[in-house]
Design a protein around this ligand. Structure first.
Ligand SMILES: C[S@@+](CC[C@H](N)C(=O)[O-])C[C@H]1O[C@@H](n2cnc3c(N)ncnc32)[C@H](O)[C@@H]1O
Length: 350
């Protein structure tokens, strides 16, 4: 048996208890880090420090922030390994901080902004009630659902849609390789936001025409994104609701859409998609299927974001099969990607 104290050194049990306390403290205060990262992104710290190392005063001047508070922010960022101080009181951004720079490949900047902003942040403040009642807390926290909140707060809304583009960016080239569009004339990105997944398919196949279909509030940015991608000539942007109808196509993409909704709503969306399929067409759902309980990964946590903010959930593959069956569809294929997301293909029929 290990004795509790040896020559003043903590015992193994004490060391374990200290590690657990440290780990738990960092979990408990995790929301501080969310707001530190949001603030760093809002002040453009990663972009300013990418130009050259700066003192807190120089950074505050560029960011329009308080010099003393900026120093305190940078000191905490140094503890988080986001910046490194030098002997002349200047700070340099680390590669970790660079992931929050604007416009770099796989930037996470808008994601950092979105998760610290009211649309997600305030409903999470009601999380115990989400678990007690089993319903999202956007109504209680924002007075409306998340899509109305983004329509009413267009700056935050645009950040959200561009955060989805950031999330898609890491995946889109691989998806474009994995989805064969040889027999597809028109692909529809259903709930496509800025249409970034569709753009990747269109870049890989220069005969493919695309439709971005999303809520009317998203139309303007979807048009601007298609123009920016040089694809406006082959892209149509349609505003509407997938609970009413979906534009026709040979390939319907549904990325990160079904996980926003409860089962009944998913069956309605999938039924509208089935009605919109041209003969021989197919649906590709891009989602993060849940593995067995206890399997590490992001999906079980994302599932709770869906619980707090949306009437949705992450699902196991068998649950997607049940939704397909209820909507008159049949799963034909599952293709894993390098990310936790998989491509789940379905066609009309039993
Ligand atoms: C989580 S985002 C996914 C966006 C995009 N597919 C992606 O992965 O980048 C869900 C999308 O569904 C759209 N949406 C929500 N309700 C909708 C509705 N009733 N009809 C059409 N689109 C809707 C939202 O505006 C949003 O763009």
């Amino acid at each position: 048996m290990t004795s509790e104290v040896t020559d003043g050194e903590p015992s193994q049990a004490q060391q374990q208890a200290m590690r657990s306390t440290t780990r738990m403290m960092s979990m408990i205060t995790g929301y501080w880090v969310t707001q530190i990262l949001r603030t760093v992104a809002e002040l453009g710290v990663p972009d300013h420090l990418a130009e050259r190392p700066l003192t807190a005063g120089e950074l505050a001047e560029r960011a329009g922030s308080d010099p003393e508070a900026t120093f305190r922010l940078l000191r905490a960022c140094a503890a988080l390994e986001l910046v490194e101080p030098d002997d002349e009181a200047r700070f340099t951004g680390t590669p970790l901080l660079d992931t929050l720079r604007t416009g770099v490949p796989h930037s996470l900047r808008d994601i950092a902004l979105v998760h610290g902003s009211p649309g997600h942040w305030l409903p999470w403040g009601h999380f115990p009630q989400a678990v007690r009642a089993g319903v999202p807390q956007t109504g209680a926290a924002l007075g409306m659902d998340i899509w109305d909140h983004y329509a009413a707060n267009p700056v935050e809304g645009e950040r959200f849609f561009s955060s989805m583009t950031e999330l898609t960016a890491g995946l889109s080239e691989e998806v474009a390789r994995l989805i064969d569009t040889g027999d597809v004339s028109v692909a529809v990105d259903v709930g496509g936001a800025n249409g970034s997944l569709l753009h990747a398919l269109m870049r890989a196949d220069d005969t493919l025409r695309g439709v971005v279909f999303d809520l009317p509030a998203v139309e303007e940015t979807a048009v601007a994104e298609a123009e920016k991608a040089g694809l406006l000539g082959r892209t149509t942007v349609v505003g509407g609701s997938f609970f009413d109808s979906v534009p026709r196509g040979d390939l319907l993409l549904l990325k990160a859409v079904l996980h926003n909704w409860d089962d009944d709503s998913c069956v309605k969306i999938l039924s509208k998609c089935r009605e919109a399929l041209n003969p021989g067409g197919r649906i590709v759902v891009v989602e993060m299927p849940l593995g067995p309980v206890g399997q590490p990964g992001f999906a079980p946590l994302l599932d709770l974001d869906m619980l707090a903010v949306l009437p949705g959930r992450e699902r196991e593959l068998t649950a997607y099969d049940a939704l397909f069956a209820a909507a008159g569809l049949r799963r034909t294929k599952v293709t894993p990607t390098r990310s936790p997301q998989s491509l789940i293909e379905a066609v009309a029929g039993p």
